[in-house]
Design a binder for this molecule. Sequence first.
Ligand code: GLA
Length: 397
Amino acid sequence: MRQIRIVAAMLMCIAVFDILPARAQKFESLAQTPPMGWNSWNKFACDGINEKVIREVADAMVASGMQQAGYRYIVIDDCWQVGRDSAGNIIADSVKFPGGIKALADYIHSKGLKFGIYTCAGTKTCAGRPASLGYEYQDARQYAAWGVDYLKEDWCNTLKDQNALASYTLMRDALYKAGRPIVFSLCEWGSNKPWLWAEDVGHLWRSTGDISAIWSTPANPDGSPRSGSVLGNMDLENGLEKYAGPGHWNDPDMLEVGNEGLTVDESRAHFSLWCMLAAPLISGNDLRNMSDDTRAILTNKNLIAIDQDPMGRQGYRVSMKEGLEVFVKPLQGGDTAVCLLNRGDQEKQLDLAWKEYGIGGGHPIKDLWKDRQTGTTDTHFRGTIGRHQVIVLRLSR
Ligand code: GLA
């Protein structure tokens, strides 16, 4: 009788531990600063990816100095998957990935890089490939077995009334149960305001629709910003700064730096704004064929230090006047990053009184793109700023 009671008590313990929310959490400490890496979508989309391209991009990540600058994750986006076997296991495209996903992950790991993959919370991915709805635990186990370090989960082809919080929480729990620390990137485009609920679910969440290599998109009829461009996606971040911090980031989408459609000035502005916003820096160009300008932008250590500042504050706009905008990002130790943006088409003369932005005198100023000191905040900041250009300054405490 006593033995039966002990066994019954043990079973109850197991049952209780199995349903305890202790298991239900995201992996902590995986993205204390915004994740940095590369993703295949912006340049290679669906048809352009294969094992050779991904390996070569990993090689180029190392050879180009991107790895040294802090980029870590190589993420394969949509279209690597073609079906499921009779046991429901996801099957990778064996024509495009003849060596299989595990071998590719091993190769990426052998370079000291990390490996990411893509799925979708609906019945099919955005490109119509098999997705994870109903297969969350099985897929999570497979990702862990392959050595995945980063998962992007999209939101296409979801069921009518499918609940985003519940769906992404399910995948979070599945990843946790699978036991391999995986950065979890939510991609529901801001449709369900993930900044209000995703802090405990994932490490980053898209806050906008897809970006393109376009400078600006016309506003919606009600005047609200429209995604689809550098300025459109950037404008949609306005007001979200209070939701970002170490381990949980707003994501205005991947970088278009180096892709056809943006000028060098626009690419520099795009990169600077993403750094000011503490945005994930996920490059989206062909790393194997970068111009010197593109490489210099993506690997600029002064700007990356703003993005990766350990305090993790998202910068915000403090003024907009006739197309000239000023952004501020408080940094650890009391420094401040300031970005001046000329979003208009005419060159502008600058005559900035620091006290208008609540900044007192005595702070030495460094121009981060010119990489040199340039006076102090005791005097007005004067100069010219061309169309679609930025000036980024770091004010010392
Ligand atoms: C959606 C996402 C993109 C990309 C594509 C892939 O549009 O927002 O970032 O992943 O799907 O099909």
